[in-house]
Design a protein around this ligand. Structure first.
Ligand code: SAM
Length: 327
């Protein structure tokens, strides 16, 4: 938390810039407040009415990314908007590691003839599947990539489409009726589909998988995973007030759905799910069939961050892929 803001600190801030004091309550330090002011002035100018409004919104704890309208994620510029969760560094860290492992292992599997099929559930801004597309499309262009992005929220679906267009304006096949600005044809081996779906409704999942035939090689998901009591007790008020509860609050539902539907109906060969607590990983570990190997990846803060697993009878070298991923 921010130290108490005495008049001396506020005067010192005001001597740097008249609106810097507005940024102090949300920032932990003066250095952080000055950094934010730099980002905001880059976007809105030095003393504009827009800058004043942006600083006033920050003083009411509106997240910086909703004010700036975007957030870097790997090499991508991900647009952010109210009602869709802002991507977090923890997710970026594992998603980038997964793409490194995919390039190293799947890129070497020359026998594979169909495009690699990767599906991201609970996609939000689309940051995970768009990063996979960006990082691996060169290495995996032969035999190709078939990437799916799924969310229940129409706002998330709309934003994923915008992020896809924004980051890949020219060279990727259009989902639905998106138009590339210059009508160039994307490489035919690359496909990116965006779909609105409630993954906890098994009849909707069955309809989707009947339409998109073929086993999914890698299923990724950053589901809502904060139990309600922790949401009330531990989550910062700026997150509680401004970010969508639909994106945050749940407990075991999405891990049960992984085990019962995606693994139980043999729809996937491997998965990576982000975690809120180790009990969620233990649930998956205890309930997968015996031919599944399951592990936990820790983030750079040494917190358990992902549960991952693969079918040991599947014909690809997932063992090596997940050894790299977990390291
Ligand atoms: C924690 S956010 C993750 C967003 C994004 N993948 C990321 O990492 O920034 C969870 C997402 O799950 C979506 N969601 C919640 N319930 C869902 C359901 N039953 N089916 C599909 N998506 C759901 C929410 O709309 C939200 O976008």
């Amino acid at each position: 938390m921010c130290p108490r803001l005495g008049p001396r600190v506020l005067r010192a801030a005001a001597s740097v810039h008249p609106w810097l004091p507005l940024l102090l309550p949300e920032c932990r330090t003066m250095a952080q407040a000055r950094q934010e002011l730099r980002w905001l002035t880059e976007q809105f100018g030095v003393r504009s009415a827009k800058l004043h409004r942006a600083c006033a919104l920050r003083s009411r704890h509106v997240p910086l990314q909703y004010i700036l309208g975007s957030q870097p994620f790997g090499d991508l510029d991900i647009k952010c908007r109210k009602d869709v969760l802002i991507p977090r560094w923890e997710t970026e860290e594992w998603a980038m590691r997964l793409t490194e492992a995919m390039k190293e292992v799947l890129g070497g599997e020359k026998k594979h003839t169909r495009p690699w099929k990767v599906t991201d559930l609970c996609t939000g801004t689309g940051c995970i599947p768009l990063t996979i597309l960006n990082e691996t499309r060169e290495t995996l262009k032969d035999p190709g990539l078939d990437i799916g992005a799924i969310d229940i929220s129409p706002n998330a679906i709309q934003l994923t489409q915008e992020n896809y267009k924004h980051n890949f304006p020219r060279d990727v096949r259009n989902p639905g009726n998106l138009q590339t600005p210059d009508n160039t044809q994307p490489p035919s081996s690359i496909n990116f589909n965006i779909q609105k779906l409630d993954i906890l409704d098994s009849s909707q999942v069955t309809k989707y998988t009947d339409k998109h035939l073929g086993v999914i090689n890698i299923l990724t998901c950053n589901p809502p995973y904060i139990p309600m009591q922790d949401f009330i007790k531990d989550v910062r008020s700026s997150v509680r007030v401004y970010e969508p509860k639909l994106a945050l609050v749940a407990d075991l539902e999405f891990y049960e759905n992984l085990v019962e539907v995606w693994i139980g109906q043999r729809l996937i060969e491997s998965f990576v799910y982000e975690l809120g607590n180790i009990e969620q990983a233990e649930y998956v570990q205890k309930n997968v069939p015996p031919n599944w190997n399951v592990g936990v990846r820790y983030d750079s803060d040494q917190r358990p961050r992902c549960v991952y697993g693969y079918d040991s009878t599947a014909p690809h070298n997932y063992k090596h892929l997940f050894e790299i991923f977990a390291s």
